[in-house]
Design a protein around this ligand. Structure first.
Ligand code: NAD
Length: 313
């Protein structure tokens, strides 16, 4: 299959590398020139579960796509949320009538943007439990295993979704066809919408936060806002199950001692966060449905204040 990885940072590199290794015709597209140049000169370098590998995959800057003769069967979107719209504009020369576009970004409501650039029946959305880390231009660390769920948005496109699932699974990405992807996306967003923003603001890992007297009340208040907004869109979520899932993050024996990715983006790497597409998305959708979302609104504002104080880019 001819596949464009649109947004080839940590996660895009992982998917690009695994899909290329399984025999697909893959190109990497990204907006970070140094990264693209390094991949084209030295190959994509990865520490893949402790083994050093180099994969030669053609890489292009997103501003140079007009001259690229590559009509994709599938585009996998893996930008950060705030880079999505610019990437969609850049991709236009590579989108044919039948090109399918799969969005795997974290966060809520990306389809509202994608549908302005891609035919609705060609849009597929998913979420993934794979992880990846960027070490520097041209170099990533890919540890552990994962999986992903995906579904078609357009009516009658189940077979196309299953075909994408098959290609991803052949690359050992462990893809599953979901009957209810929006609920799955919301469930993951509840975890990100609590752990990410709170641990970033509080300068804590998840075990430290979860051990405080106030953790349960704050988490429940935020999750209630997510669940209420989801319900207004006919997305049913099991709130007790989500709260139990979040509590598992506090376990120091598993992931509790880690700082969530937003902490790493903002505090460690001084980068802007995806808060507007997690808690901020709940505020926007809450307004649409007349639902009050004070916890999500306050957390979104606090993170933006912190971005400004730190001069994040
Ligand atoms: P990333 O930050 O590694 O890459 C996103 C974009 O930022 C890429 O275009 C990349 O080239 C650019 N970038 C990265 N570092 C840069 C630097 N120092 N200077 C300039 N540009 C730089 O993002 P990601 O982790 O691949 O995440 C992509 C999407 O996947 C996000 O929505 C994220 O929430 C989601 N996600 C990430 C993980 C993970 O483990 N990383 C897991 C699940 C979902």
């Amino acid at each position: 299959m001819k596949i464009i990885i649109a947004g080839s940072g940590a996660m895009g590199s992982r998917f690009g590398l695994m899909l290329h290794r399984s025999g697909n015709d893959v190109i990497l597209v990204d907006g970070w020139k140094e990264h693209i140049d390094k991949i084209n000169n030295d190959g994509l370098q990865a520490n893949l579960n402790g083994e050093e590998v180099v994969e030669k995959i053609p890489a292009y800057h997103q501003d140079d796509l007009a001259d690229v003769d590559f009509s994709a069967d599938l585009v996998i979107l893996f930008t950060k949320a705030m880079q999505l719209e610019t990437m969609l504009k850049s991709l236009q020369p590579c989108l044919a009538e039948e090109t399918k576009v799969l969005c795997l970004l974290n966060g809520i409501g990306h389809e509202d943007i994608i549908k302005n650039y891609v035919k609705f029946e060609n849009i597929f959305i998913g979420n993934t439990m794979w992880t990846a880390g960027m070490d520097g231009p041209g170099r990533v660390t890919l540890f552990g295993s994962g999986s992903l769920d995906l579904q078609n948005l357009g009516a009658g496109k189940e077979e196309a979704a299953k075909e994408i699932t098959k290609v991803l699974s052949e690359a050992e990405l462990h893809a599953n066809f979901s009957e209810d992807i929006l609920a799955s996306i919301y469930r993951k967003a509840c975890v990100n919408g609590t752990m990410n923003g709170l641990c970033t603001m509080l300068n804590s890992n998840m075990t430290e936060f979860g051990g405080t007297t106030y953790a349960d009340d704050i988490v429940e208040a935020i999750v209630t806002e997510f669940v209420t907004v989801a319900k207004a869109q006919n997305i049913e979520l099991d709130q007790p199950a989500i709260l139990a899932q979040i509590k598992k993050c506090y376990d120091p024996e598993t992931i509790g001692l880690h700082h969530p990715s937003m902490y790493q983006d903002l505090i460690i790497n001084n980068r802007l966060t995806e808060i507007d597409y997690i808690n901020g998305a709940i505020v926007r959708k809450g307004k649409e449905f007349g639902i009050s979302t004070p916890y999500c609104a306050f957390l979104t504002q606090l993170i933006h204040v912190k971005e400004e104080i730190l001069g994040a880019k």
